[in-house]
Write a protein of this length. Sequence first.
Length: 177
Amino acid sequence: MSDMKWYIVHTQTGSEEKAKAGLEGRIATTALKQYIGEVVVPTEQVSEIRGGKKRITSRKFFPGYIIIKMDMNKESWYLVKSTPGITGFIGPGRKPTPISEQEVEDIVRRTEDTETKPTPKKTFEITESIRIAQGPFANFNGTVMEIYPDRGKLKVSVSIFGRSTLVELEYWQIEKL
């Protein structure tokens, strides 16, 4: 059949889903179906606390970009390039450059991994000052000492009765100062 490769396409930021839907609609109504395989908007699941409730939302981790598996030729290039919301292919000059299967697998794996274990929306640095918002130490201030991003937890040094004490907390229990 054809020699399909993955390409990164630049879209108007915030219009990734609309560009994907527009492109898929145009593919369905042309004779170019055999040249374009998949169209993917790379997203990840993100957890955050709003109003005391844990919420999981979807966030694009390459805002302004979608990836397309396609067989590059004049017709398929023009179909993608002329789709509303798409501003162009990524590559030097005017030549679209394919990305490796490994890069695509990494993107897909990141999408799948966050479906089972959402990424915390907040990130913290060691020695950063924080305020504990939830739990038995609510309203205490502390300093981040250790971070465990895979578990969504961190150890915070809190001064209790004049003594420094290490407390293990979850990301959602604290807020930045």
